[in-house]
Every structure is written in structure tokens, then in C-alpha cells.
Design a protein around this ligand. Sequence first.
Ligand code: NAD
Length: 284
Amino acid sequence: MTAQILDGKAIAAEIREELKERVNTRVKKGLRKPGLAVVLVGENPASQVYVNSKCKQSVEVGIESFSHKLPDTTSQDVLITLIDELNADERVDGILVQLPLPDHIEDEAVLERIAPAKDVDGFHPYNMGRLAINMPTLRPCTPRGVMTMLEKTGIPLRGKNAVVIGASKIVGMPMALELTNVRATVTICHSATQDLEAKVREADIVVAGVGIPNFVPGDWIKDGAIVIDVGINRLDDGSLCGDVDFATAKEKASWITPVPGGVGPMTIATLLNNAVDIAEQKDA
Ligand code: NAD
């Protein structure tokens, strides 16, 4: 079997077109454009690329982008004060703080300061908790984007065995909750998991979010499984690859995401979708 490709780039482009329409409809009704504040602290090169992409794509769909680039030396108090200002700013629907933050700043303190209704990344414990009890409000972007891709396969997910490799708060844990909410049977694997291979071999759906190049060999993949590769790893030659060995896995899977061009573009499109959702709900 050679897998069909889940083309995240193309699906993300469709989502952006829909968002453009939704924003246009608002503006024609005399409502303001949705506003997205993006906060970057420090000079992490990968973060700068992500933030620039998020701001550029926001503007392309008609979202007003408020960019706040702060130096590496910014104190936690100053950052918290900025969050308070953005929480109070009527023009701002969504607030995103790009991670990782410098070591002297406590991520949780900052993320929990964002008003849950403006938490466009869905990382606030309130929004995570709602997802955990299957009463979702704002859903973390990468897992929500993966669910959109899984829907595109047309394969019912109910009752399927899903293995999520990685248990981080931004990828693995909310991914496991999303899959549980559609009634898949989910095994969450992490660095202490024993015999990962046996678990992957049983999986109808594999989602890998580990951060190790080609960590999952293709021969572990069950025939006909859906493989979602969240990993983005830069190799010494400058090229990108995922956590799954794509060349061998695509010979076993029914559907597979490429890296690049898979989950990555979906994450940003879903972020914009969350921002437009917030603005629409506010005015509903
Ligand atoms: P993280 O470091 O926070 O989490 C990695 C997880 O992998 C941890 O739960 C850890 O226990 C697990 N892990 C590590 N070694 C393992 C092993 N040997 N066996 C099983 N599990 C193991 O990373 P993260 O922020 O969740 O990101 C994971 C990957 O996803 C990275 O490559 C990151 O760049 C990528 N990512 C991509 C997107 C996207 O939009 N495509 C978004 C976020 C993260």
C-alpha cells in the first residue's frame, strides 16, 4: 500500500479562504476586524520565523495583527503588565505568547494571566480543563488542526486504536483529549513508555510529537494506519524532517502527513480560525 498524502498546506489554504470570507462578512456588516496580539520575548530564530508567519497570515485573512517584540531581558512583571493591557484592550480578541519564553520567566504564570476568553492558543488551564471534560471552548491549535486533517480522510475515528507519542501540554496531551472526545481508544506514550514498538504496531492512528528525527521506523506502522507527524526537526544539512520515517511509513499507511507541508501549516491556520471564532462569539 502507498499512502495518500494529507496535504496540510492545501487544507490550510482552504481554511484561510473561508476565514477571509468570514472576516469580509463581518466588515460588510460594519463590525470591526478580529484582532490578534502576538507577543515575542527574545531573539530565538525559530520563534521569530513562526511569529512573522503568524502575523503575515493574519493580515492576509483580514485579521488586525498587533505585534509586541520585547527584548530577552524583559522581566516577568513587565510581560504580565503587557498581558493585562491586552486583556483590557477591546480591539484584541486573541492573545498569543510565543513559547519558549526566556528561562527567567515562568511560562505558566504568563499563560494563566491571559484572559481565558482571549486564549487563542488554548493553553490556559480553563480551556484545557474544558477540553478534558469534552465541553471544549478554545482548543489548542496543533491538535485541533490535526483533527481537521483526520476529518478530511473521511475515516470514522470512533472505536479506533490511537497511539499518541509525546505527552506535552501543547501537542500530546490535548491531542489525546481530542481523540478521546471522538471516542477513539487512546494510548499516550512518553519518554518512560516501555515497548513503544508493540503499542505503535497495534495503532490504527499514530500521532507523533516527540522532536526526534525519524524516531518511528516505517515498519512499526500497521498496514492501513493513519500517520500524523507533528514533529519538525532541522537536520545538519538545513532540511526539515518529521518524527516518522516518511519514506518507509508511507508504504504501510493509508494516509500520512508530510514534513514540511503537513501539520505545520494547519497549526497557523487553526490559530487564525480560533481568533475569528472569538471575535464572532463576542459579537453574536
Ligand atoms: P516536548 O519536548 O515538550 O515534548 C516531547 C514529548 O516527547 C515528551 O512528552 C516526551 O516524554 C516525549 N518523548 C521524548 N523521548 C521519547 C521517547 N524516546 N519515546 C517516547 N516519547 C518520548 O515537545 P513538543 O513541544 O510537544 O514538540 C514535539 C515536536 O513537535 C517537536 O518536533 C516540535 O518542533 C513539534 N511541534 C510541531 C508543531 C506543528 O505545528 N507542526 C507544533 C508544536 C510542536
